[in-house]
Design a protein around this ligand. Sequence first.
Ligand code: AMP
Ligand code: ZN
Ligand code: FE
Ligand code: FE
Length: 280
Amino acid sequence: MPIEADLHLHSHYSDGIHPPARVVEMAAGAGLKAIALTDHDTVEGIAEALDAAPTGLLVIPGVELSSDYRGREIHLLAYFVDPDDASLRSALRRYREDRATRAERMVARLNQLGIPATMDEVHAAAGAGGARERASVGRPHIADVLVRRGAVRDIDDAFARYLGRGRPAYVARSSISVPDAIRLVRAAGGALVVAHPGLNLAEGDVEALVSEGLDGIEVLHPKHAEDQRRRLEAIARRAGVIITGGSDYHGPGRNRHDLASAGVSMATVASLRARAGGGR
Ligand code: AMP
Ligand code: ZN
Ligand code: FE
Ligand code: FE
């Protein structure tokens, strides 16, 4: 099936490089018919993406929520949410504030370890067009600073030595529970899908998670191996949920996969829209 829709894209409001308008422009240039902007824990970029959408390119308001399930950090992709929904916005604002506080604590830990880094640098790395309070600050931004300062070789090294769970500069942050995510997204008119389960979940856990009330599984993701893809597809079919996909593109240098390197057809977009808000 041809890739018509890339349902997983990041902008500079989270850890992507480009402003939303640039992401939209690239998607149009790639000949896509639909995209979803799915920044981590924020919908700050949605309005700009919608404004930039040319005729013939559908921009689906989305968000990638950080959650946890059976002790694992997982990501949930919400689609067709109302970006102006008050409950959604206030929940996301709390997570954003928590991310900023947590980044400060991580920088303090790095400093205690003798590694000079400042919150100014982290905020600069977080981008958001210079609007600090609108950025969803995360470990990738701190990793950027460490790379730039030559304290680590690359992003992976930064996580392996300092930022990964259990490493000396790691600080946990609060994340939404799966039932709360389902309630919040449904109330905001959206559908909810588990992101790249091949990266962090056992297959039995994917099945259990989906049965909590998700609408789909992100089967098509650049980091899923072919055999993983096949097994996840089988789980989705058994559970009667939608097979979704996207490239998880963050911009040059942030990962090794291109925009539109994974995705779905417009028929899948229609199925998602039909499930949004709890519809069947
Ligand atoms: P945060 O949301 O601030 O906790 O950061 C989590 C993000 O960091 C994930 O979405 C990944 O993109 C990235 N990440 C997590 N673990 C690693 C790792 N070992 N190497 C590189 N990036 C990672
Ligand atoms: Zn990301
Ligand atoms: Fe993710
Ligand atoms: Fe992502």
